[in-house]
Design a protein around this ligand. Structure first.
Ligand code: MLT
Length: 203
């Protein structure tokens, strides 16, 4: 399959010891949104930040949804495949190793779908306010892939049971999952930043 090229920003790394980060924004964001977060989480890492190719009332997203929390799963599959192909293209173009995805909300959901369908595409993932993107049982094997899931106890979009199921599915496929639920809503907090940075530093 030839991949559509994603509109994206790329910042070369200055620390070759750091895995690159694949930054995936939330609904209504763009390729600029998470660059400051990426610089904070992993100083010196190369940053690859694509823009979601789907528009919902003018707001970029990474896949189509039918309603809030109800996904067009055929589109999730297609877009996850295209994003994995883009990662491969970008790795070849920029000379990068496999990236660690850092995704927020819709970006976390597409990162989870990429993990499920293309386990080799990512070296790990930080999933911020993620939910289960695909109802299919997970066929992929993720042997030891490190995954951090940070959920919000008062998140009105992601039910706790759904985030728990995502963590269990990924762990069941072999991923090394750490799942924490913070006293927060859907938005990110300083606690997310501190925990994600510490987790990345431990890899
Ligand atoms: C999604 O559509 O991926 C989730 O509902 C999160 C969001 O973007 O609001």
């Amino acid at each position: 399959m030839s991949a559509p090229s994603f509109h994206h920003r790329y910042e070369p790394g200055t620390d070759s010891g750091r895995a690159p980060l694949l930054l995936l924004h939330g609904t209504g964001g763009d390729e600029n949104d998470l660059l400051p977060l990426g610089r904070t989480l992993a100083p010196g890492a190369a940053l690859l930040s694509p823009r979601g190719p789907v528009l919902e009332n003018g707001m970029p997203r990474f896949f189509r949804r039918l309603a809030e929390g109800v996904f067009d799963e055929a589109d999730v599959r297609r877009r996850a495949d295209e994003l994995a192909a883009f990662v491969g293209q970008a790795r070849a173009a920029y000379g990068l190793g496999a990236p660690i995805a850092v995704g927020f909300s819709n970006g976390a959901n597409i990162a989870a779908a990429v993990l499920m369908r293309h386990p080799e595409a990512l070296a790990g993932a930080v999933l911020l306010r993620a939910m289960v993107p695909l109802a299919d049982t997970l066929a992929a094997r993720l042997p030891g892939t490190p995954v951090l899931i940070l959920s919000g106890a008062q998140d009105p979009i992601v039910p706790a049971a759904n985030a728990g199921r995502l963590a269990a599915d990924l762990a069941g496929a072999g991923a090394r999952v750490e799942h924490q639920t913070l006293p927060a809503g859907h938005g990110l907090t300083q606690m997310d930043v501190g925990l994600a940075k510490a987790w990345l530093d431990r890899l």
